[in-house]
Design a protein around this ligand. Structure first.
Ligand SMILES: [Zn+2]
Length: 268
């Protein structure tokens, strides 16, 4: 008789053999053990739970502002990703945080707007978060934990057993809410920074604003309530210089977008 544990291991091993090796948009090889359907389900479940746990903002002006920026950026996501319906929710909270989940769910905490001070800086954060989704970073992180044996409970949740959605949320890095922080890896962060910048630039947002954004984030990190965003999106010293280098690619994309009439004017 095969124990539950070895079944999971067998499942993981066979999935691995069946072509779990994928490539990220920058050509990095990735191990992905979960199907897009499983990840989307996990995203939808976690998002529903977030909406129940957190206070959803009813501030019409604030919602219109965040939606305006999010819509402009998501419009630039190629249709090949198969996400046609992005859902955007603003949470009324002092937390400096934002996230995007598989299946096209975006959450922005109102506290983020004290750090992301204009539409271009907000677009920087949204572009970064969207890239984590498009590049399947949650799947990659969950797959890694699964193979090292850390992710069994989380994987069970992903596979639809009744482990509770706290595990599902942790699996997607919503760690602050459940007390387990699963940070993205360094390579994932670089990828999200670089591709996120290109994405927001294609929407007509000024990529140069990414530099003051991360400077603001760094300043906030020394304050009384350090940004929750930084616990799941670890910063490193080279972030600003890598972003500055990426401007060589993103700035022409921004100029082309503006010339083509993409001139978002989202107002707070
Ligand atoms: Zn990140």
């Amino acid at each position: 008789m095969i124990s539950a544990l070895s079944k999971v291991t067998l499942l993981a091993a066979s999935t691995l053999l069946l072509g779990a090796c994928a490539q990220s948009p920058t050509g990095r090889s990735q191990m992905l053990l979960f199907s897009p359907q499983q990840m989307n389900q996990l995203g939808a479940d976690s998002f529903n739970q977030m909406k129940q746990q957190e206070k959803v903002s009813k501030d019409a002006k604030l919602n219109a502002y965040v939606s305006c920026v999010a819509k402009a950026v998501t419009a630039q996501v190629p249709s090949s990703y198969g996400i046609s319906n992005w859902e955007v929710v603003v949470f009324d909270s002092k937390q400096v945080n934002a996230f995007a989940l598989p299946g096209g769910k975006i959450g922005v905490y109102s506290g983020l707007l004290n750090v992301a001070k204009n539409q271009d800086q907000l677009a920087t954060v949204i572009g970064h978060e969207l890239t984590h989704v498009l590049a399947q970073h949650s799947n990659e992180r969950l797959s890694r934990d699964q193979l090292t044996g850390l992710g069994l409970a989380v994987a069970d949740a992903a596979l639809g057993s009744s482990q509770g959605s706290g595990a599902a949320m942790a699996a997607l890095g919503l760690g602050v809410q459940v007390g387990v922080s699963l940070p993205y890896g360094r390579e994932q962060e670089s990828e999200a920074d670089r591709l996120g910048l290109d994405l927001m630039a294609r929407a007509g947002f000024n990529p140069a604003e990414a530099i003051p954004l991360w400077q603001n984030m760094g300043q906030a990190a020394g304050g009384k309530t350090p940004p929750a965003l930084l616990s799941t999106h670890p910063s490193n010293e080279s972030r600003i210089s890598e972003l500055s280098a990426e401007l060589a690619t993103a700035t022409p994309l921004y100029q082309q977008a503006r010339a083509a009439g993409l001139t978002p004017q989202c107002k707070r």
